[in-house]
Design a protein around this ligand. Structure first.
Ligand code: CP3
Length: 340
């Protein structure tokens, strides 16, 4: 097995810089579109065979150094007894947002193996096929809570912040339930064979640092503490738009900190040098002409050198409009230019 990615996560020396892309399995790939044209997104998420197929696609096509389980961060929220739907062009929708104590009380903390057997089955199928490590994942409790409370995606997060500020005890009760669910879910993924775990905190950056510290970080710390008791797989924590939070995210307990593109990776390495870092090319930089893209990748690799370890990635998910050929150029450039 090519374990370059796992060694980089642990801060060990590698012959080259490993690379994978967030959302590497997805709509920019015609091969994904073909599978997706026959089923809805949720049907896809519920099918171990199809999830296995689309997880493998980008690894086989581009030679990524890690695979990420195909699923969605909101799947365990369905298992908590919430009605989830994905609307074309609008993203996830919860028909009945969680905004009062009764709704919080109605949430169940599911047994992941019983309620999401299709995820565990996907992991087992993938481990049989893969020659690179498999990353499992979850959303972070705050990010998951925003979807539940807002009822979908949001810009201002008014309802979420109102609950924090006006009903902090209810907010805490909700977050604790999500935290327990997430903790058990990630532990089950590790048991099923996930070799690294990434926690996506996609909306962390909308919080003031003092609110992040009180209303988001403690729940992530609790999940990671629980995981450390039962598994030694590397843990990656990605707090999107988190440049202003980096001294706080450093205390989450992760092995690797994921970085979005708004921070210079050299600055990040200086500030969190005790962690390996993952990132952080602007996803739109994949639209640069080839020589410019390669020059930017070279600069990023140089800037990330000298830290505890670097896993090359985008600063957020690859955009559906990205020409696949540009992904190939980027992966090849990382492999070629990082060999010292
Ligand atoms: O390749 C991979 O990274 C693995 C699969 C994966 C998906 N979603 C598939 C997906 C992962 C890791 C996620 C995580 C996820 N889901 C996050 C955190 C990462 C991030 O982007 O910040 C979030 C916030 C979600 C919630 C979500 N799922 C939204 C907001 C949307 C709609 C937005 C959009 O791009 O349309 C989804 C749908 C989704 N999840 C798609 C995919 C491939 C597109 C669905 C389709 O095929 O129509």
């Amino acid at each position: 097995m090519n374990d370059t990615f796992l060694r980089a996560c642990r801060g060990e020396k590698t012959e080259y810089t490993p690379v994978w892309f967030m959302r590497q399995a997805g709509r920019y790939l015609p091969e994904y579109q073909k599978v997706r044209s026959k089923v809805t997104f949720l049907e896809l998420c519920h099918s171990p065979e199809l999830c296995t197929e689309v997880t493998l696609q980008p690894v086989d096509i581009f030679g990524f150094d890690a695979a990420i389980l195909f699923s969605d961060i909101l799947i365990p929220m369905e298992a908590m007894n919430l009605e989830l739907d994905f609307h074309e062009g609008k993203g996830p929708v919860f028909a009945r947002p969680v905004r009062d104590q009764q709704a919080v009380d109605a949430l169940v903390v599911p047994d992941p193996e019983e309620s999401m057997p299709f995820v565990m089955e996907t992991i087992r199928l993938l481990r049989r096929e893969l020659k690179v490590p498999l990353i499992g994942f979850s959303g972070a409790p705050f990010t998951l809570a925003t979807y539940l409370i807002e009822g979908g995606s949001s810009k201002v997060f008014l309802e979420t912040k109102k609950m924090m500020f006006q009903a902090p005890e209810m907010y805490d009760a909700l977050l604790r339930k999500i935290t327990t669910c997430t903790s058990l879910y990630l532990q089950a993924q590790a048991r099923a064979g996930a070799q690294a775990l990434q926690i996506f905190d996609s909306w962390a950056g909308v919080l003031a640092p003092c609110d992040y510290e009180r209303f988001a970080l403690p729940y992530v710390q609790s999940i990671i503490r629980d995981l450390r008791e039962v598994t030694d797989v590397p843990i990656i924590y990605f707090a999107n738009n988190g440049a202003t939070l980096i001294e706080l995210t450093r205390t989450a307990g992760a092995d690797v900190l994921g970085l979005d593109w708004r921070i210079n990776i050299k600055d990040a390495v200086r500030r969190v040098g005790d962690h390996a870092v993952q990132g952080n090319l602007d996803p739109v930089a994949l639209f640069l002409p080839k020589t410019d893209l390669e020059a930017r990748i070279k600069k990023l690799l140089d800037d990330a050198a000298g830290g505890r370890g670097h896993i090359f990635n985008l600063g957020h998910g690859i955009l559906p409009q990205t020409p696949p050929e540009q992904a190939r150029i980027a992966v090849d450039a990382v492999h070629r230019l990082s060999r010292g």
